[in-house]
Design a protein around this ligand. Structure first.
Ligand SMILES: [Zn+2]
Length: 312
């Protein structure tokens, strides 16, 4: 395999994709199916859509790829991917890459990142702060309080207050305590968690139907915690559990070579995380660092571009 023969691989990252009348999702930050279709049209002018498995075949066996290839990737295993994305990809013959979180699908536990997205769209930042801090005072008196003044530049599409909330819960607090605090908030002020989980996440039947129709199912961790906040043993445990759940269900074992880092930002994993990911035999790991992948690609830090950066 000659370096200069490496194709350009543009991986595009999506989260929520909904129909205008989908009340479970249309209040969230995401895109409509019409916008999704028009982004595909734009991408198709420049790129050929390939499966992540084609890329693996290229890496491992030198399988020929088009010079400018594109992989569409969908994170977090939410049910909009089955209801809205899967039919469109099937219609257009595009094999998507879907990263699932096994605590949601297997254990029916919500990801706190999804609860936070819903809470942010249902309450004003000041009210979130007041409600969350009352839970913290009540149950975790030694825990730091939520503050709206925490400056963080990593969320260009959020207001300063929303960015402050997301930064603290995603990157500063112990993930287990965050899970407990945010779950308590959601079930107290919005709706029971089992109601939320059933409407919000894929189930195994949906995952397997998608896989049987050329979609690639990949591991996005068991608990969706930033790996930088976990010990090496906790990371290994998270990878082991999620890997086993997925291996026991899916058909195509070559998909077990893919991992998608929770959050995927530079600060959410590091060199020692990558060593552990390698120990678990992952070959290609997707980050959220922007950019295309060319001959200089680091396969365990694959770059992706955000749908929010594309015209729609
Ligand atoms: Zn994610």
């Amino acid at each position: 395999m000659k370096d200069n023969a490496h194709p350009v691989v543009n991986v595009v990252m999506y989260h929520y994709v909904f129909d205008a009348d989908d009340n479970d999702f249309n209040h969230l930050k995401g895109i409509t199916t019409d916008m999704f279709r028009s982004q595909i049209d734009i991408l198709a002018k420049e790129y050929s859509f390939i499966s992540a498995l084609d890329y693996l075949d290229y890496i491992e066996d030198g399988k020929q790829l088009p010079p400018k290839a594109c992989i569409l990737s969908f994170d977090d295993g939410t049910s909009d991917h089955y209801r809205h994305v899967f039919p469109i990809l099937q219609e257009l013959g595009i094999p998507g890459y879907f990263s699932i979180v096994t605590s949601a699908i297997q254990d029916r536990q919500p990801l706190f990142v999804s609860l936070i997205h819903n809470i942010l769209e249902s309450f004003r930042p000041q009210d979130i702060c007041q409600k969350m801090n009352s839970i913290i005072s009540d149950k975790y008196p030694a825990h730091p309080k939520l503050s709206l003044d925490h400056a963080y530049m990593g969320y260009p599409y959020d207001t300063k207050e929303r960015a402050a909330i997301k930064y603290q819960v995603n990157y500063c607090w112990n993930p287990s305590i965050t899970q407990a605090i945010v779950s308590d908030f959601y079930s107290r002020f919005v709706e029971p968690l089992d109601v939320f989980v059933d409407k919000f996440y894929l189930d195994w039947d949906q995952v397997l139907e998608m896989e049987a129709n050329d979609m690639v199912i990949a591991n996005h961790s068991h608990r969706h915690s930033a790996y930088s906040l976990l010990s090496d043993d906790e990371i290994a445990d998270d990878l082991k559990k999620s890997g086993e759940y997925i291996r026991d269900k899916i058909t195509n074992t070559r998909s077990l070579r893919f991992f998608t880092y929770p959050y995927g930002t530079k600060g959410s994993f590091n060199g020692s995380t990558i060593d552990i990911v390698k120990d678990f035999k992952y070959k290609i790991a997707f980050s959220t660092t922007r950019g295309q992948n060319d001959a200089r690609v680091d396969l365990l830090r694959l770059k992706r571009n955000s749908t929010s950066d594309l015209p729609s």
